[in-house]
Write a protein that binds this ligand. Structure first.
Ligand SMILES: Nc1ncnc2c1ncn2[C@@H]1O[C@H](COP(=O)(O)OP(=O)(O)OP(=O)(O)O)[C@@H](O)[C@H]1O
Ligand SMILES: [Mg+2]
Length: 310
C-alpha cells in the first residue's frame, strides 16, 4: 500500500466513513467480477481500498492500450494477486510492469547483455540457423546436444579437431541464452588470461574474474591453448573453473583435446583437479568430422546452382 493511499483511507474513515464504505463495496464488486468469485468477502481484501480502485480504473484504460510511448502510466500497471499473509490467503493490489513494458525492459537488458557477451563482431553470424549439419550424423548430434543444453541449462564440453564447429556452436548457445535474457559471456581462454594479467596493475583483474564467475553462462573457448610456461596461468584457470563448478552454473567448454585424458595433459599443473570437476559438471562430446574451413573452400569453388550443403 502506498503512503498516499494510506493517508486517503485514514482521512476518509475519519471524515467521511460513508464514502469509505461505498468505496470498499465498489472495490469488492470489482475483485469479485475480476476473479469471477461472488463469495469473496471484505476480509479477503488486504491493503488500501484506493489501490484496488486504482486497478479498477486502469482496467478500461489498458483494454484500449495506446502503446508504451503514449501510456499515461508509463507501462506501470496495478494488478490484483493472491498472497499468503500471517498464515492466511488474502488478495492484494500491487503495481508492476505491464507486458509491453516488460518486453521493452527485456529488450534493453538483452542489448546490454549482447555488449557484455564479448562475442567478436566477425562471429556474430554464428547461430544455430547458420550451423549446417552437412548430412553428417556426428555434426547433427553436436548441434542437437548444444540446443538441448540451451533449453535445460546443463553444461557441455565440445572437443575435437580444428574447424569442426566447436566455437560456432558455443557462440550460437551464448546468443540464444542472451536472447532469453540470461547473462552469458564468451571467453577465449588466451584473451581472458591476458586481460586478467594486464588488469593486475590497474586492479581490474578482480572485476573481470568476478564477471566470469557471476554470469549465468560462460563459454570458455579453446581450453588447453593457454600459455604453458607460467604457473599463475594454471592457478587463474583453476580458480575460474572451480568457481563455476561450485556455483553449479552453466559452463560451456571448447577444446582441441580429443579425450578427457588428453585435456588433462593440456592443462598443466592443475590438470587433474580441473578435469575431475569438468567431468562431474558437464557432458563431453568429442566431434570427429571434417574441417569445415576446407569444406567451405571446396564449396566456394562449386559453380552456382550446385547444392552447396551436399
Ligand atoms: N557445421 C557448420 N555449419 C556452418 N559453418 C560452420 C560449421 N562448422 C564450422 N563452421 C564455420 O567454420 C569455421 C570454423 O569453425 P569453428 O571456429 O567453430 O571451428 P572450431 O572447431 O572451433 O575450430 P578450432 O579448433 O580451430 O578453434 C567458422 O567460420 C564456422 O562458422
Ligand atoms: Mg574454436
Amino acid at each position: 500500500m502506498t503512503e498516499a493511499a494510506r493517508s486517503i483511507d485514514v482521512l476518509l474513515s475519519a471524515y467521511q466513513p460513508h464514502a469509505l464504505e461505498q468505496s470498499r463495496e465498489r472495490a469488492l464488486d470489482y475483485v469479485r467480477r475480476l476473479l469471477n468469485d461472488p463469495f469473496l468477502k471484505q476480509s479477503d481484501l488486504y491493503g488500501s481500498t484506493v489501490d484496488f480502485l486504482a486497478a479498477m480504473e486502469q482496467e478500461g484504460y489498458c483494454a484500449n492500450c495506446p502503446g508504451l510511448g503514449a501510456c499515461k502510466y508509463r507501462g506501470l500497471r496495478w494488478a490484483v494477486s493472491g498472497e499468503s499473509l500471517f498464515g492466511r490467503q488474502v488478495l492484494v493490489a500491487g503495481i508492476g510492469n505491464c507486458s509491453d513494458r516488460e518486453k521493452h525492459e527485456l529488450q534493453k537488458k538483452t542489448e546490454q547483455l549482447i555488449k557484455t557477451s564479448k562475442i567478436p563482431d566477425a562471429m556474430e553470424r554464428c547461430s544455430f540457423e547458420t550451423f549446417q549439419t552437412v548430412g553428417d550424423p556426428v555434426i547433427r548430434t553436436a548441434k542437437g546436444l548444444a540446443m538441448a543444453c540451451v533449453e535445460d541449462g546443463s553444461s557441455l564440453i565440445l572437443g575435437g579437431g580444428t574447424g569442426v564447429g566447436k566455437t560456432h556452436l558455443a557462440i550460437a548457445m551464448i546468443q540464444e541464452l542472451t536472447a532469453k535474457g540470461k547473462s552469458a559471456v564468451f571467453v577465449p581462454v588466451v584473451e581472458i588470461l591476458d586481460e586478467i594479467r594486464a588488469g593486475f596493475d590497474e586492479g581490474t583483474a578482480y572485476k573481470i574474474q568476478q564477471a566470469v564467475k557471476d554470469a549465468d553462462c560462460v563459454a570458455i573457448d579453446d581450453l588447453g591453448a593457454q600459455r604453458k610456461d607460467k604457473s599463475w596461468v594454471d592457478e587463474r584457470l583453476f580458480s575460474l573453473i572451480d568457481a563455476r563448478y561450485r556455483s553449479g552454473k552453466q559452463t560451456i567448454i571448447t577444446t582441441n583435446a580429443c579425450s578427457m585424458s588428453q585435456l588433462k595433459e593440456m592443462l598443466g599443473e592443475h590438470g587433474t583437479r580441473i578435469v575431475s570437476r569438468l567431468t562431474e559438471m558437464a557432458q563431453p562430446l568429442f566431434i570427429k568430422a571434417r574441417d569445415f574451413r576446407t569444406r567451405k573452400n571446396v564449396q566456394q569453388k562449386l559453380p552456382v546452382g550446385r547444392n552447396r550443403n551436399a
